[in-house]
Design a protein around this ligand. Structure first.
Ligand code: ARG
Length: 588
């Protein structure tokens, strides 16, 4: 509706703008004013164009209003407000028609034209032989929502799990895991069951401490690393086994979180191992490769140390080894040239901001991208804090394991469900607790402006009131229960929506804002926009539900209309929650 409204306004005002000598007005847009007393939409064209038109904003606004006022097909009222805003009040039939049209559609999200933009989303990107901790939660859930939202708009999306699966830490684990793997295999035991990820992590920690103390151990690890890098088959076999053990646990968590990452998305550092030398050679061709203290570096004007001295981006270390950044540069070549990525998105915590700034700048300056048009975007996020406002830790000061956190959330959700709806069967309670607990953790994260740190609180995230997953899930279940009580099939219910009350009108307008809010998530790469939208939608539904009797309504036409608006609200809530990777139970 908004799109059509804007294009109508553009058309209607073309002549006026030309008369004022304005050539470009393609950017003028309508906004939903925070206070609906200021209209359904407000137009700031007069303020934006006043300068170009050489006309006072209020005078220009008055001219615009005079023209739009005559558009009885569209507006019930048009008026100038404040310094030159124009408030637009839509005619009810415009809202009804647009809404009914939308509700007829099978896909309720507007698709981008011409197949969209090939988008690579690098997220989760866990490290092998380390358990996922709360820090990985954010990359995993934020990245997943971005991928789903961009995809929902019709862009082809390639998900990439850039595993930390190559290099010295891997060599260290291989060294210590080797005898354990051999013993289990000799016994004919089950490797993944017996050599767990926590055990691998323990091994890694002990070797890493040992290497610091003992140069001989460090030398052994180095030897393992060289053999691994040279492609020694025995090393590669062990490396493969360790990766699979590690990823088995990661997939268990992905499934719990309902995150769409599978083995086909794994494209870790190891994948690029044979492309590194080539990447450095390619950079060299640009003439920007400089040797500095034995290392191969790129110096760019924009990166200077505190004293103003140039800061190198090292692409090959003095011992010939490659670093984290080289893998990313190789990955950029692959992602643009082979995968055909036109937009590449990286979801990691804010501490990696400088790293990505440098990688993007080096990639552009040395021409290793398949096309200069490729968009490169780092999506940083803040930390999860404990109630003490310090990064979340266990009592003993360790990183909180994601697996533990999720089981606690499910347990606590069980208490909430049990209190709220003791009549459910035990199995249903368990199922709802699972959905609510996991949903609550994800939503608490997603609903924050990602740049901020946030304080983790089970009580707050599991509350049935406020901007929480359970609140939205409950709104969804409540609509389902209305239809159940009436013996109606909510999926198949069809009727024509009409406006008889303000609350119906508000809810219909709100429902039409769903697709633009998904588009905003994809553009700005901020999942909280969708969370806020869904929260406001649920609030609009609540107001509608309080004010507009449904099953007891005597006018059949209005009753059917209200049921239809409710069923479409359910559909929109479910779709929105699906984009957030949160399930919407029909009963809670
Ligand atoms: N494995 C890295 C870490 O845990 C994150 C990788 C992010 N992606 C990338 N292409 N660098 O810190």
């Amino acid at each position: 509706m908004k799109k059509r409204l804007i294009s109508h306004i553009h058309q209607r005002l073309a002549e006026l703008f030309t008369r004022f000598g304005i050539e470009d007005y393609s950017f003028i847009d309508v906004q939903v004013p925070p206070d609906k007393a200021n209209g359904d939409f407000s137009l700031n064209a007069a303020l934006k164009l006043a300068k170009a038109a050489k006309c006072a904003p209020q005078k220009l606004a008055a001219e615009i209003v005079a023209l739009l006022e005559t558009e009885k097909d569209w507006f019930s009222r048009v008026e100038v407000a404040g310094p030159g805003f124009i408030n637009l009040y839509l005619a009810n039939h415009v809202i009804e028609n647009s809404f009914n049209e939308l509700a007829e559609q099978t896909v309720i999200i507007d698709q981008v034209p011409s197949g969209g933009e090939k988008t690579v989303v690098d997220y989760s990107s866990v490290n092998i032989a380390k358990q996922m901790h709360v820090g990985h939660l954010r990359s995993t859930v934020i990245g997943d929502v971005l991928a789903r939202s961009i995809e929902a708009l019709g862009h082809p999306v390639v998900r990439q799990n850039h595993l930390g699966d190559w290099g010295l830490p891997m060599a260290m684990v291989i060294w210590k895991a080797e005898p354990e793997i051999a013993a289990i295999e000799e016994r004919g035991g089950d490797l993944t069951a017996e050599l767990t990820l926590p055990r691998l992590e323990e091994l890694y920690k002990s070797v890493s401490a040992e290497c610091k103390e003992n140069p001989a151990s460090a030398a052994v690890c180095h030897d393992y690393l060289v053999r691994l890098q040279q492609g020694d088959q025995a090393m590669l076999d062990l490396w493969h086994k360790i990766t699979r053990i590690s990823m088995a646990e990661v997939y268990r968590i992905y499934r719990l979180l309902d995150v769409k990452l599978a083995e086909e998305n794994e494209c870790g550092e190891s994948f690029y191992r044979d492309m590194l030398a080539d990447t450095v050679a390619e950079i060299n061709k640009s003439g920007k490769l400089v040797e500095s203290q034995g290392a191969q570096c790129v110096f760019l004007d924009e990166f200077k140390g505190k004293d103003g001295s140039p800061l190198p981006v090292i692409v090959q270390k003095s011992d010939g080894g490659f670093n984290y950044g080289t893998f990313d540069l190789a990955a950029l070549r692959y992602r643009t040239a082979t995968l055909g990525g036109q937009r590449i998105i990286y979801v990691t915590d804010a501490r990696q901001a400088l790293h990505f700034k440098q990688i993007f700048a080096v990639a552009r300056a040395t021409g290793i991208l398949a096309s200069p048009e490729v968009k490169l975007e780092h999506v940083p996020f803040g930390s999860i804090l404990g109630e003490d406002n310090k990064p979340l830790k266990t009592r003993s000061g360790e990183n909180v394991k994601l697996a533990d956190l999720l089981s606690e959330a499910v347990e606590r959700a069980y208490q909430v469900v049990n209190e709220k709806n003791p009549g459910l069967s035990e199995e249903q309670k368990r199922q709802v607790a699972q959905t609510v607990g996991i949903g609550a953790v994800k939503y608490a994260d997603l609903s924050q402006n990602r740049n901020n740190d946030y304080v983790f609180s089970f009580d707050r995230m599991l509350a049935l009131n406020g901007n929480t997953a359970p609140y939205l899930q409950y709104a969804h279940a409540r609509i389902c229960s209305i239809f159940r009580r009436a013996g109606l099939n909510i999926e198949e219910f069809k009727a024509v929506a009409v406006i008889s009350q303000d609350e119906e009108r508000d809810l219909m307008i709100r429902l039409m804002e769903f697709s633009p809010s998904v588009a905003a998530v994809a553009n700005e790469l901020r999942p909280h926009i969708l969370c806020n939208y869904l929260y406001e939608l649920a609030a609009s539904f609540s107001a509608f539900y309080d004010k507009c009797p449904m099953l007891s309504c005597e006018d059949e036409k209005i009753k059917a209309s209200r049921l239809m608006i409710s069923s479409f609200t359910r559909r929109t809530l479910a779709k929105g929650l699906e984009l957030l990777g949160i399930s919407a139970p029909r009963e809670m």
